[in-house]
Design a protein around this ligand. Sequence first.
Ligand code: GLC
Length: 494
Amino acid sequence: MPTPAPFTVLYLSTELVPYARTGGLAQVAAALPRGLRELGDDVRLILPRYGLIDPARHGLRRLLDSFPVPFEQNHEHAGLWQAPETDLPIYFIEHERFFGSRQGIYSFPDDGERFIFYSRAALEACRHLGWQPQIIHCNEWQTALIPNWLRTTYAEDPFFTETAVIYNIHNLSYQGIFGHRVLEIAGIHSHGFIAHPDLSAGLNEVVSMMGRGIIFADMIVTVSPTYAREILTPEHGEGLDPLLRDRQHRLIGILNGIDTALYNPATDTALAAAFDAADLRGRSQCKRSLQQESGLPPASDIPLIGLTSRLNDHKGYDILSAVLEPLLQHLDAQWLIMGTGEPRYHNYLRDLEARYPARLRALLTYDEALMRRLFAGSDILLMPSRHEPCGLDQMIAMRYGAIPVVHATGGLADTVSDHHPPALGTGFRFDPYDGMALFAAVVRAVEIYRHSDLWAQMQQAGMRRDFSWAQPARAYHAIYRQARSLKLTGRPHA
Ligand code: GLC
């Protein structure tokens, strides 16, 4: 295939491994820009320099002392830092009050101000770097005003007139809803308030940052084809489905990849033994050592079921907690649950663990190396998420030979094929979203587990699937081309 023409791309994310992470976005931001770089694009990242990012530890250096950023009726000053030079420059916006003095990433009362400032400072930083992005790739609500600014405040600014914007939605549940004052802070109040006839009254009385990203972006991308369809419906649209339906012709779903060099059971030094699709023998040692590490009795002939998601209802704990105890009573299986989340689920799991010590262990923590050992040592990974725009863990689990049992939604539906004899699947899916369907899918998986040859074939089928970023990076690159053509000519293809 010929190499597609390269672009200059500003990639904006409020999370990035290894600097700041709360979820999947941090992993995507670390991998997709690299994939685009391999296609020749000049990609640069900018994120806020939160207090938790220690410049000394990461070898950051200050690049710009102070540059003005329009803010409210006036200006604030920002500094710019840079990570050690590579072919993928990473910059950090410095602002003591908004970021430097905060240890956390989100959930401050002034998050609206903080991320409006970050977004605006990122645009102004490009000017000061003398580096003109042809594409700005925005992620989530925190950067959603950029498409809006480019159509208003910056519309006549020669530095940005040829810049196209991609708006990337990772999760519609976090929209950035604020009062009207954010428009003044962002300097766009004079362009008016936007109401949409079909939005529910509630959404028409507030400013939805994400809504603005959807309205003004040249292209909108979400993280799986199924989620891209689901969010057009009132059931999954979280109130924004009328807007998304209006902009449907600009919306596409591109499945995320995973970092297949990092997540490789043949080379992962955190594991007790190495293995790959051609030779799975090391896996039994991984299982034994995981049982030992977590305090489960050694048992090689019954399935070990792992869970690693946050402990909340989004991730399926409402339906799981309705059937977990009967599953513990009736199924000959072990359970290992790692994660943190709502205190009520911490208590619930602590109680179950005390009553079924030989069957269930709850490790109420988040530890990246332990997570990889869990994927390598579990037979089954359960992901019963109510919604899952993409989900990365099921792909990593398959790469490590754990067979996923998932709710058939979003990216889970796009990455896990249901085992439906005689067709060989890579996992087990359930639908509708309820405890009984979950129960039945787990029973189905445990039943197939007894047929060890068939089980190994399913494992190998999952392990051999290509979940790398190579293909998604090409798909994003093609969307950049489309967005730019739409911006410059008003037509999809130049
Ligand atoms: C969000 C979504 C998750 C997705 C991740 C990366 O965290 O909830 O499904 O995998 O973003 O796109």
